[in-house]
Write a protein that binds this ligand. Structure first.
Ligand SMILES: [Zn+2]
Length: 685
C-alpha cells in the first residue's frame, strides 16, 4: 500500500481552508482523513475515524483545548469541517477516573462539551482518541490487518508482524471500556506507532497529520507483506455444472428473504438486492468452505449493523433445476431466520431482556459458483451490504491462507448489533410506505410515466424507468436519484420486454409493482381504416401490456410475495370517441386483460387494477393538439383542458397519485380509478 500524501495537495488544502477560516491542523486532518477514506482496503461506509487535538474559540471567544473528532457514521472520503465536531478535551480526559459510564451519560457529557451545540454526535470511539496523548490519531479497519489479527493466535501474529511498533489491546466492544483498556496498554507498552485492537482494527498516531497517516500506510503494508510471504497457494477450483443466470436466481433469493407482515394481511417486508461477482468472489468459494466460514462471524464488530453476523449460504443454482434450488433456498432461509431468532432470544435474556428484535432476514447471501447478494431495505443499503461482504471475503480469504479466520464471540457480536450507539448510526428511520419494493414503469420518459416514477420513488420504492427512448428515460432517472434505473424497452418486441425485465431483476432482485403505461393513439373511421393501422395499435396498446404483464408475473410468482399490476387504460375503453376506434378498441381489450389478470392471479396475491385518465398534457395530447382542438371548439386552452364536471385541469401528477393509491390498496383488485375531472359518459358505473 502506497502513501497518497502529496505536498502540493496538502498545501492546497491548507490554503483553501484558510480562505474559509479553517486552521492548518484541521485542514491537514481533513486532507489525510480523505486519503484514508478513499481506499476501501482501509475503511468502508462510515467505518473508521480520525481526530486532531488542537485549540479553538468557544462562543464567548475564549481559546480552549479541543478534540476534533469524526462524527458518528460520517464518510471519511467526503469529510468536511462540520463532520469533525470540536469537543472540550479537558472534561473528556477527566472521565478516565471513572470505572464505567452509561452510554447515555457519556453522550450527554460529549454533547455538553461540544463547542457548537448543534454539531453532530462524535464517533462512538471518541474516548479512545481523547485518552491517547498524540495530536493526531487515525483508526481504520484495514482489510490486511484484519486478516492478520482475526485469528485464534491474533496476539502472536500481531507481535510477529508489527513487533513493538503496535501494542496489542485485547478485545472489548467499542466504547468507554475499550478506550480505558487501550490507554492502559499504551502507557504500559509505550508502542512507537500505535495499537492493534484485537478482532477489530488498527490505530496509528503521530505529532503531525502526515506522520499518523503514513504510519497507518506502513503498518498496513507490513500486514500485506506478511500475507504475501506466508500464504498457502490459492486453489482455483471451477464448478463444472452450469449456473442459472442471475436474473432467474435473484427473484427466488429475494422471495425467500422476505417476511410476511403479521399486522397487515397481504403486506410483506421485502428487501432490495445488489449482485456482485468477479474472480475474487468465485475463487473464495473454491478455496474455502463457505458453509464453515459463513458461520464464523464478522471481520470487525461494526459491520454487524450492515450485514448481520452471518451470511446466508445457498447451494449453487443449476440451470434447468430452479425448482430444486427454490426448495433448498427456502429451507436454508427458514433455518437462517430460526437461528437468528434463537440467537436473539438467548442473548437478549443474558443482556437483561430489554432489546427490541430486529428482523431475522439476512443482509448477505453467498451463492457458491455465482456470486453474492447484498440486501437492504433500500438499494443504497443493499450496496453497502455488498461492499462490506466483498471486504469480508477478502479478509477471510487471506486469514484462511495464513491460518484460520476467527471472529469475536457470538455474545460480543450481539452486544455490538444491539448497542444503541451502533443502531443510532443507521438513524431513526420512519420508513416510507413502499420501502423495500421495486416498481417498473413503462413509457417512463413520457409525462405520465415520469410523474409516476417520481411519485413511487418519493413513496420509498426503487424505480426502473422503461422506455423505448433510453436517453430520455436516463434523463428522467437522473432527476430521481442515483439508484433509479433507466432500461431500454420496446413493448412491441417480446425479446426487448424480456431483456428489460431481466435487467430489472438482475439489478434490484425482482419486481413488485408494474405500471404498464406505454401507449400511443391512432385514429380512423372504423369501417374504412386500414387494417395495418388497427394491428399496429393492437401491438402497442394491447399486446404491449400483455407482454409486460406476463414478464412481470413470471418474476412475481418466483418471488412468491404477491404483486401489483397497474394499467393505463384510456377513457376510450368505456366511452369511445368518434374516429378513435383504432385506439379505443385495443384499450377496451386492455380493460378485459386487466380483469383477466385479477381473476387468474388473485390467489397468488397479485392484484391488477387500472387508471382511466383523460385529457392530460402529454405525448398523446401535445400542446399543438390542445391548441387546435380548443380553437375548433371555440374554447380557450384553459377552458378546453378543464372542460369536465369539476372544471379542473387534470395533470400527470394526478394520474401518478391514482397509481400510487392502487399500489397501497392491498385489498383492491380488478378496479378502475377514473382521473378525468368528471365525465359522466365515461363513468365506470
Ligand atoms: Zn473501529
Amino acid at each position: 500500500m502506497k502513501s497518497g500524501w502529496v505536498d502540493r495537495d496538502a498545501e492546497a488544502m491548507v490554503a483553501h481552508g484558510a480562505e474559509a477560516g479553517v486552521e492548518r491542523d484541521l485542514a491537514l486532518r481533513i486532507y489525510t482523513t480523505r486519503l484514508l477514506g478513499r481506499d476501501p482496503k482501509l475503511v468502508l461506509h462510515g467505518g473508521g475515524n480520525t481526530s486532531a487535538k488542537t485549540r479553538a474559540h468557544d462562543l464567548l471567544g475564549a481559546e480552549v483545548e479541543v478534540l476534533r473528532v469524526k462524527a458518528s457514521g460520517a464518510d471519511m472520503a467526503a469529510i468536511e469541517p462540520h463532520d469533525l465536531p470540536a469537543v472540550r478535551l479537558v472534561p473528556l480526559r477527566e472521565l478516565r477516573a471513572l470505572e464505567a459510564i452509561a452510554d447515555d451519560a457519556l453522550v450527554a457529557v460529549e454533547r455538553t462539551n461540544l463547542l457548537d451545540p448543534t454539531a453532530p454526535n462524535p464517533s462512538v470511539e471518541i474516548m479512545l482518541h481523547a485518552f491517547l496523548p498524540h495530536k493526531f490519531v487515525d483508526h481504520t479497519h484495514a482489510t490486511a490487518v484484519l486478516s492478520v489479527i482475526d485469528q485464534p493466535n491474533g496476539e502472536e501474529r500481531s507481535a510477529e508482524v508489527f513487533g513493538g511498533r503496535l501494542a496489542f489491546v485485547p478485545y472489548l466492544m467499542p466504547g468507554f471500556g475499550l478506550a480505558k483498556k487501550a490507554i492502559d496498554v499504551f502507557e504500559r507498552a509505550k508502542p512507537s506507532d500505535g495499537l492493534i485492537l484485537s478482532k477489530h482494527g488498527i490505530v496509528t498516531f503521530g505529532e503531525t497529520a502526515r506522520e499518523a497517516y503514513e504510519r497507518m500506510i506502513e503498518m498496513v503494508s507490513l500486514a500485506e507483506d506478511f500475507i504475501a510471504r506466508n500464504s498457502k497457494p490459492i486453489v482455483f477450483a471451477r464448478l463444472s455444472r452450469e449456473i442459472a443466470p442471475v436474473a432467474a436466481v435473484a427473484p427466488v433469493v429475494r422471495g425467500v428473504c422476505s417476511l410476511k407482515d403479521e399486522k397487515t394481511e397481504g403486506a410483506w417486508r421485502r428487501l432490495v438486492l445488489e449482485f456482485r461477482t468477479h474472480n475474487a468472489v468465485l475463487d473464495f468459494f473454491a478455496a474455502t468452505d463457505p458453509a464453515r466460514v459463513g458461520q464464523a462471524g464478522v471481520a470487525t464488530p461494526d459491520h454487524t449493523i450492515r450485514t448481520k453476523n452471518w451470511p446466508l449460504v445457498l447451494p449453487h443454482p443449476q440451470i434447468g433445476k430452479l425448482d430444486d434450488f427454490a426448495r433448498a433456498a427456502r429451507e436454508a432461509a427458514d433455518a437462517f431466520a430460526a437461528h437468528y431468532r434463537n440467537y436473539f432470544k438467548r442473548h437478549n435474556k443474558r443482556a437483561g431482556g430489554g432489546k427490541l428484535e430486529l428482523d431475522p432476514l439476512p443482509r448477505v447471501v453467498l451463492m457458491p459458483g455465482l456470486g453474492l447478494f447484498g440486501l437492504g431495505r433500500t438499494k443504497r443499503d443493499a450496496i453497502i451490504a455488498a461492499d462490506i461482504a466483498e471486504e469480508w471475503i477478502a479478509v477471510v480469504r487471506d486469514a484462511e491462507r495464513i491460518g484460520r479466520f476467527e471472529s469475536i464471540s457470538e455474545a460480543d457480536m450481539f452486544d455490538c448489533e444491539y448497542w444503541p450507539l451502533e443502531q443510532a448510526k443507521l438513524g431513526a428511520r420512519k420508513e416510507p410506505p413502499l420501502a423495500g419494493q421495486i416498481a417498473a414503469i413503462t413509457g417512463a420518459a413520457g409525462a405520465i410515466g415520469a410523474a409516476t416514477a417520481k411519485a413511487f420513488a418519493a413513496a420509498g420504492a426503487e424505480v426502473a424507468l422503461l422506455d423505448v427512448n433510453l436517453a430520455a428515460a436516463s434523463e428522467q432517472a437522473k432527476t430521481i436519484g442515483p439508484t433509479a434505473l433507466a432500461v431500454p424497452c420496446d413493448v412491441t418486441d417480446a425479446a426487448s420486454v424480456q431483456a428489460a425485465f431481466d435487467t430489472v431483476a438482475a439489478n434490484f432482485g425482482g419486481v413488485d409493482i408494474v405500471i404498464s403505461n406505454a401507449g400511443a393513439a391512432w385514429q380512423g373511421r372504423i369501417g374504412e381504416v386500414d387494417e395495418d393501422v388497427l394491428r399496429k395499435s393492437f401491438e402497442l396498446n394491447f399486446y404491449g401490456h400483455q407482454r409486460v404483464a406476463q414478464a412481470a408475473v413470471k418474476i412475481m410468482l418466483a418471488q412468491g410475495t404477491g404483486g401489483c399490476l397497474l394499467f393505463n387504460v384510456s377513457k376510450q375503453a368505456v366511452n369511445p370517441g368518434p374516429n378513435f376506434g383504432p385506439y379505443g378498441i385495443p384499450k377496451a381489450a386492455l380493460l378485459a386483460l386487466m380483469r383477466q389478470y385479477a381473476l387468474d392471479y388473485g390467489a397468488d396475491g397479485i392484484r391488477a387494477n387500472a387508471v382511466n385518465a383523460d385529457r392530460i398534457r402529454s405525448g398523446l395530447l401535445t400542446e399543438a393538439m390542445i391548441a387546435s382542438r380548443s380553437s375548433a371548439r371555440g374554447l380557450s386552452v384553459k377552458d378546453y383542458m378543464s372542460g369536465n364536471l369539476l372544471g379542473r385541469e387534470v395533470t400527470a401528477e394526478d394520474v401518478a397519485q391514482a397509481f400510487l393509491h392502487h399500489a397501497l390498496a392491498l385489498k383492491t383488485t380488478a378496479d378502475v380509478t377514473t382521473v378525468d375531472g368528471g365525465n359522466i359518459a365515461a363513468a365506470m358505473r
